[in-house]
Design a protein around this ligand. Structure first.
Ligand code: AQP
Length: 327
């Protein structure tokens, strides 16, 4: 039985990359492990958010977790903002984190590019809060997409530094990154990962896109030169579309390539759009049903926060004692 934790920022509607990178692996781990699945709403405010949208997106993320199969009786589901120990530990870890190691975080560099001095301190610092999220619960496994690997490694470095300085306190978390589907690329640009905050919605397939939108986005998807429906390292656009096809159908890439031998990109894209829509339809129906019951979602989050807070406070008592602030 391992402690497992993950969270998805409520910065917009979640997309299929978020689903396959972090949500589906959590659902699979639900049997036989102790899971914490939170909504990192304090991470979300590292970039400007409309308050009403942030609240809506927090509830939406919760509905997605439940629709995907997360069972709040077995998994502790909670919003980061209701467990203040996250920000408390985040501050303490800030005091042992180094500017240099945060400056090396590639996600920060990507997101800060072109923003000059206008980028928030929170965006720079958010990997430290993420380390606190992980270390607070003695999480051994952290299922994430590959873009978050560097942040989990920072959590390991901070745990190790704290343990050396103050004595054994935190366990070493491991990033858990699936073999296929840990980095779904934008359908408009196979060089950039699919991202909620992409400049164009053509980049991602949202979990709430309607069938016509999915079809339009896939038909407009970038392809590689040539005409063959074949993936591989030299053909990143097709490799990405084939990966999406494989994830939503459970078929292997080789099977999908074979089924499309001699067919045009147009026919392949139509089949891909149909497959994505067939996969999305039942998930969307469940998300909508859960979303309608706001009282139930709030209850799940409040109950989860109570359980999470009990665990978090046990760890924080030790931490406060060790650093000398428990008077
Ligand atoms: N393209 C992706 N493929 C596979 N996994 C992905 N994840 C994100 N994009 C992909 C994984 O989803 C989880 C939640 O991520 P997040 O919302 O906390 O932040 P992120 O990694 O920055 O994801 P986005 O979609 O790019 O969001 P924005 O635009 O708001 O920053 C993580 O486990 C992540 O690895």
């Amino acid at each position: 039985m391992k402690r497992v934790l993950t969270g998805l920022q409520p910065t917009g509607l979640l997309h299929i990359g978020n689903y396959f990178g972090a949500i589906e692996p959590m659902v699979r781990l639900q049997d036989g492990n102790e899971l914490f699945m939170f909504v990192p709403n304090y991470h979300a405010i590292t970039v400007p958010q409309r308050p009403d949208e942030l609240r809506r997106n927090t509830l939406f993320a919760t509905a997605v977790y439940l629709a995907a199969g997360i069972d709040p009786k077995r998994t502790t589901v909670f919003p980061q903002s209701l467990v203040s120990q996250h920000t408390e530990l985040g501050w303490i870890l800030n005091c042992i984190a180094k500017m240099g190691e945060l400056e090396r975080m590639t996600q920060y560099k990507d997101k800060a590019t072109g923003k000059g001095e206008n980028v928030s301190v929170g965006l720079f610092d958010y990997p430290v809060l993420m380390a606190a999220d992980i270390l607070l619960y003695d999480s051994l496994l952290v299922p994430v997409g590959s873009d978050q690997k560097q942040h989990v490694e920072l959590a390991r470095d901070l745990a190790d530094r704290f343990n050396k300085q103050f004595g054994q306190t935190f366990v070493m978390p491991e990033p858990m990154i699936r073999k296929d589907g840990a980095r779904i690329m934008g359908v408009d640009n196979p060089e950039k990962k699919m991202s909620k905050s992409a400049s164009s919605p053509k980049n991602y397939i949202s979990l709430m896109d309607n069938p016509a939108t999915v079809e339009k986005k896939i038909k407009a998807a970038v392809t590689d030169s040539g005409t063959e429906v074949k993936g591989g390292a030299e053909r990143p656009a097709l490799a990405n579309l084939l990966m999406i096809f494989s994830l939503v159908t459970g078929k292997t890439v080789a099977e999908i390539e074979a089924a499309h031998a001699g067919q045009s990109y147009g026919a392949f894209k139509q089949n891909l759009a149909d497959a994505v829509n067939a996969w999305l339809a039942p998930l969307q129906a469940k998300i909508l049903a859960f979303s309608k019951d706001e009282a139930m979602l709030l209850k799940v989050l409040e109950d989860g926060a109570k359980k999470a807070e009990e665990e978090a406070e046990v760890k924080m008592k030790v931490v406060r004692q060790k650093i000398g602030v428990a008077l």
